[in-house]
Design a binder for this molecule. Structure first.
Ligand code: FE2
Length: 199
């Protein structure tokens, strides 16, 4: 796919932020601007990384060799949503297709349900932040009733391997989970034969 160069450029720019010692503050500003650029054009995501399933899917697009960040496509079919979950690392969410809704949750005393808080609707081309101080615990759902939505996520680690938590909607009890990924093969960012010849 010729447009894959956009993803390659994004990965290189994000790697430069990581090399600069970037933490949540840097990725929430400069990383968010980079992601806004990536999702502004929809011609680069390989079809194999946009296939809906019986539940929402997450396809790994790239993981930094030192696991300082990763890039993932989330694909939502109609009516699909996550459980209440946390991340424990910074995150960026850019909407590539359709729309999704994120609802923040706050934990109450043990044995009580988590309480919903802010709601954020993400439209095509927009970028939302996840972090220690914002939407770390939330539910995400597809806001399109009759079609898929696709968002591009970056996290401050190898999110599919992070030991994090889901929360019971009635009791608030936490259970540990490791999400993994839906794909075994990653997009090939490094075949430059599609690039225009140098003048
Ligand atoms: Fe999330």
């Amino acid at each position: 796919m010729p447009g894959i160069a956009r993803l390659r450029d994004f990965v290189q720019d994000m790697t430069r932020l990581a090399e600069a010692g970037g933490g949540q503050a840097l990725f929430h500003t400069e990383g968010a601007a980079l992601l806004r650029g990536l999702v502004a054009v929809d011609d680069w995501l390989p079809d194999a990384c946009a296939v809906p399933g019986p539940a929402y899917r997450q396809y790994l697009l790239h993981c930094d060799p030192l696991e300082r960040f990763c890039v993932v496509s989330f694909v939502w079919g109609p009516g699909q949503r996550t459980p209440i979950h946390d991340h424990l690392v910074w995150g960026l969410v850019g909407q590539l297709r359709g729309e999704e809704i994120s609802t923040e949750y706050r934990l109450g005393p043990p044995g009580t349900p988590p309480r919903p808080g802010r709601r954020e609707r993400l439209r095509r081309g927009e970028v939302a932040l996840v972090g220690t101080d914002t939407y770390d615990i939330h539910v995400v759902e597809n806001a399109v009733p009759d079609g898929p939505s696709v968002s591009i996520h970056c996290y401050g680690g190898n999110i599919g391997a992070v030991r994090r938590h889901g929360f019971d909607p009635v009791t608030g009890a936490a259970r540990e989970f490791v999400s993994g990924y839906a794909n075994d093969a990653l997009p090939n960012l490094w075949d430059r034969s599609h690039a225009p010849a140098m003048a």
